[in-house]
Design a protein around this ligand. Structure first.
Ligand SMILES: [Zn+2]
Ligand SMILES: [Zn+2]
Length: 84
């Protein structure tokens, strides 16, 4: 699995933590943050039992770093072409 550089250790923990009981992080009440692999944007997880989804966040709640913008769907291919 590709390792991702997060803005801080807290973000790394919350964006990558998984637990044995919930293979799907959107089922786990302990998983708070989802990172989009497509555009690198971050969001707060809404559990499936509450309807599911992600609330995009613009700044890290722990260190305040500005996070990547969520990209529109028609820009995804463009951004996948540049790898830095
Ligand atoms: Zn951070
Ligand atoms: Zn869990």
């Amino acid at each position: 699995m590709e390792s991702v550089k997060h803005c801080c250790e807290s973000m790394q923990y919350h964006a990558e933590s998984t637990c044995d009981q919930h293979p799907d992080r959107f089922d786990c009440p302990d998983c708070m943050v989802h990172r989009s692999e497509r555009d690198g944007s971050y969001g707060l997880i809404i559990l499936n039992e509450a309807g599911g989804g992600v609330i995009t966040i613009s700044y890290c709640p722990w260190c305040g770093t500005k996070l990547p913008e969520r990209q529109e769907i028609d820009l995804i291919e463009f951004y996948e072409g540049s790898n830095d």
